[in-house]
Design a protein around this ligand. Structure first.
Ligand SMILES: [Zn+2]
Ligand SMILES: [Zn+2]
Length: 761
């Protein structure tokens, strides 16, 4: 017998191994096996097929079967194959992306321990008021032990539990909490435990004791508008597999999801609830856990590998999580009985993986996944992607809209400020227009909160010599270095190269280097000068390196410990902050001037989302609406006007016209062919040659070669050729041609150290 296997390597196809007789009973399709590879490597491979077709080459034996369970389910394999085909990568690359590293190691047997926490409780023997009092009185000679016991009694409510003779009502307390409260060391606790009074035990961290509470009690009733939308979605699913829920910001989409999830669970189905990384906060998972308890599993890239292994293993077990809430990669997880897929913030760019392969779009993969499982899909957003909205108006997806905010909170009022004009009149205070400053000041006076959005981190995007105009560039990439003031470094945002800011200009030796432009760090500085009494916090990549830092920024803001939150696109997401009444978009022009056919669409989405953070004034009785100040260089720009009027349809119509005129998605499929090389001349040659051959096959569908916006990253020069393929074309044929071409080019001696890859969509 032979077994075809996927190995976790970026190589084409599957590899065939022979199954030794002693393993023939154990090897099955989908199980994990140890296989030798090359001269002395071993990998944990996944079996995709068992057969008796002897290959033309000498096969090696499978070395061991790593566990009895099947780790790759049939539909999951089909989906992986689709991903590899569609996104033009290898099955091994999909395997690498899909499986936590703990399950890819060669010996495979990962002895992971579920995360536990040490807790302390009274022993059964001393859950007795007489015995307890007796021993407490003897403890006078050991005052620290006595203190520890008294703290234990106080913190757990032991008195009441003894009176009611019910140990169940004791509050669970961790060892750490108890020691901290009593101000004792663990030696004291050990002594008390040795006397048989207390005992330590372990609790699984994820165990949330809500299992007993009936879900119905915690599900909040829907508002009338939400209920109408919910019913419309259920109705739409009778006709179509996919439904778009187009609900304005703060319309309470999450509550609708919760009701739909509960419905699917009632039917015994599993649910995948996918959202962008920065939206998956502990506030959201706490909210979901209150309803669904331990039926909910969380799959997050910021979790440890052991935690992800745990979720993966549970999904292939016979008691999988009923709901997985997760980020992009959760779409590659195993599901046995999927009934519903929810993709929240479906327009979000972060669903697309750009590096490394598979360069997949999780929304599109999820749609295929749902189709394979016969599940329903809900796409939710306030600002649909053009692709999704196009599919909705073409009738491919059902469409449900929700136009009122939850609690009848009014939509914010958006005021545009032309900062070019203000600059000419010399009215700007750094990055702030007089209007924005006035709005901030008034919000602070009313004890309300402000969010400021600038899509640029660091102190200043450009440092310039005032004498000769020199600006520092990254030595490895074709970009200017960003000034970070806190550590006084110049940093490359592409490769993380950093170097101290020079004192003198290296070109002319002049000593007048000045910072131009505003990053979040500099805005924070300016703000602290103007409003020294305000509590300012900054949320960007630099301040949220750890998961806890991100969560605590959100919590601090929610609790009102911060007056002004300044940040990059991170502040456009997350929870609704009811006390935010002013939102400032500092410079919308940087978003509008991106060299990408999607830049207007994205700018519209980003501006609308960040504007949506502004709620109603809570302190005022006159029911003032939230205010958004949108600063831009050209106020007449049509995208800006569409944001002001909250006119999604106008944006859609205008952008679709352009896409039609220049033939861009959703009216065609885009395939980018990227080439990288250390030698720019070699790369130029290769790119020209590729484009020439591509034109012979694909004719006018080929564009380029072009230099991407950043044409060198980490010392590798980059070129791209763009292919525009008709929607109805046979993609399998396209892929076949491209692969042949790639093999032909890379076989040439002069291109052998070149890198070539594809990015579809
Ligand atoms: Zn100079
Ligand atoms: Zn760099």
């Amino acid at each position: 017998m032979y077994a075809d296997c996927i190995v976790p390597l970026p190589l084409e196809g599957v590899f065939t191994y022979s199954v030794p007789t002693h393993l023939s009973q154990k090897v099955q399709v989908g199980c994990r096996v140890n296989v030798p590879f090359g001269a002395k490597k071993q990998y944990a491979a996944l079996v995709t097929r068992l057969h008796e077709e002897k290959p033309a080459y000498q096969t090696k034996d499978i070395l061991a079967v790593l566990e009895e369970e099947v780790m790759l389910l049939p539909n999951q394999l089909k989906l992986w194959q689709w991903v590899a085909e569609y996104y033009m990568c290898t099955l091994g690359e999909v395997y690498k992306a899909a499986i936590p590293s703990g399950l890819k190691e060669k010996d495979g047997v990962v002895r992971y321990r579920p995360r536990t926490i040490d807790c302390v409780r009274i022993t059964e023997e001393y859950f007795d008021p007489f015995k307890l009092n007796a021993v407490l009185s003897t403890m006078k000679v050991a005052p620290k032990q006595q203190l520890l016991m008294l703290k234990y009694i106080e913190l757990t409510g032991l008195g009441a539990a003894l009176t009611l003779k019910n140990p169940q009502i004791l509050k669970e307390i961790t060892k750490e909490e108890l020691l901290k409260a009593a101000g004792c060391s663990s030696t004291i606790l050990k002594a008390v435990c040795d006397r048989g009074l207390l005992e330590e035990y372990e609790v699984l961290v994820d165990r949330i004791p809500t299992g007993q509470i009936p879900a119905e009690l915690i599900i909040q009733p829907l508002s009338q508008a939400q209920q109408v939308a919910r019913d419309a979605i259920s109705g739409a699913w009778q006709q179509k597999e996919v439904c778009l829920l187009h609900g304005v910001t703060s319309s309470g989409k999450t509550e609708i999801y919760i009701h739909l999830i509960a419905e699917a669970l009632k039917e015994g189905k599993q649910v995948l609830y996918m959202l962008p990384e920065i939206v998956l906060t502990s506030q959201l998972t706490d909210r979901l856990r209150k309803v669904f308890g331990d039926r909910l599993g969380v799959y997050h890239s910021r979790y440890t590998d052991a935690e992800r292994v745990e979720v993966y293993r549970k999904q292939v077990s016979d008691q999988p999580y009923d709901i997985i809430v997760g980020v992009r990669s959760s779409v590659l997880l195993p599901f046995r009985n999927l009934g519903l897929v929810i993709i929240d913030e479906e327009h979000e760019n972060s669903f697309k993986q750009t590096e490394p392969a598979p360069r997949y779009h999780a929304r599109n993969v999820a749609l295929v996944m749902a189709k394979l499982a016969g599940a329903k899909t809900l796409l939710g957003t306030a600002t649909p992607s053009l692709e999704t909205y196009y599919n909705a108006i073409q009738g491919k997806y059902a469409y449900v809209s929700l136009t009122t905010r939850y609690g009848n909170v009014a939509m914010p009022e958006i005021e545009v400020v032309d900062i070019a004009e203000e600059k000419r009149k010399k009215l700007m205070s750094g990055p702030f227009s007089p209007l924005l400053l006035r709005e901030i000041r008034e919000a602070l006076e009313r004890k309300e909160q402000v969010i400021l959005f600038q899509n640029r981190r660091g102190f200043a995007p450009v440092v310039e010599c005032q004498v000769c105009g020199w600006t520092p560039q990254c030595p490895h990439c074709d970009v200017a270095l960003t000034h970070h003031k806190r550590n006084n470094q110049l940093v490359c945002h592409y490769c993380s190269y950093s170097t101290p800011v020079p004192h003198r200009c290296p070109q002319c030796d002049g000593d007048n280097l000045s910072s131009k432009g505003y990053g979040t760090e500099r805005i924070e500085d300016v703000l602290k000068n103007i409003f020294p009494e305000a509590r300012v916090a900054r949320m960007d990549l630099d301040t949220t390196r750890s998961r806890s830092a991100y969560e605590s920024l959100i919590k601090g803001f929610q609790k009102g410990e911060t007056d002004i939150l300044i940040g990059t696109q991170m502040v456009t997401k997350g929870l609704d902050f009811r006390k935010v009444t002013v939102v400032g978009i500092l410079n919308a022009s940087t978003m509008l001037n991106q060299p990408d056919f999607r830049s207007y669409e994205r700018a519209f989405q980003m501006m609308t989302q960040v504007a949506g953070r502004a709620g109603r004034s809570v302190s005022s009785e006159e029911n003032r609406v939230g205010k958004v100040v949108l600063q831009v260089h050209d106020a007449s720009q049509s995208t800006v006007q569409q944001v002001v009027r909250a006119d999604y349809k106008a944006m859609f119509t205008e952008q679709m016209e352009e896409r039609r005129m220049f033939n861009y998605p959703p009216l065609c499929r885009l395939v980018y062919v990227y080439m990288k090389h250390r030698d720019e001349n070699v790369l130029e040659h290769m790119a020209e040659e590729l484009a020439k051959i591509l034109r012979m096959v694909f004719g006018h569908r080929v564009l380029g070669p072009d230099m991407p916006a950043v044409a060198r990253v980490q010392t590798m020069y980059i070129r791209k050729v763009c292919l525009k393929i008709e929607l109805e074309a046979n993609m399998a044929e396209v892929r076949k041609r491209l692969r042949e071409l790639q093999a032909y080019l890379l076989a040439k001696q002069e291109y052998k150290s070149a890198v070539m890859y594809y990015d579809v969509e």
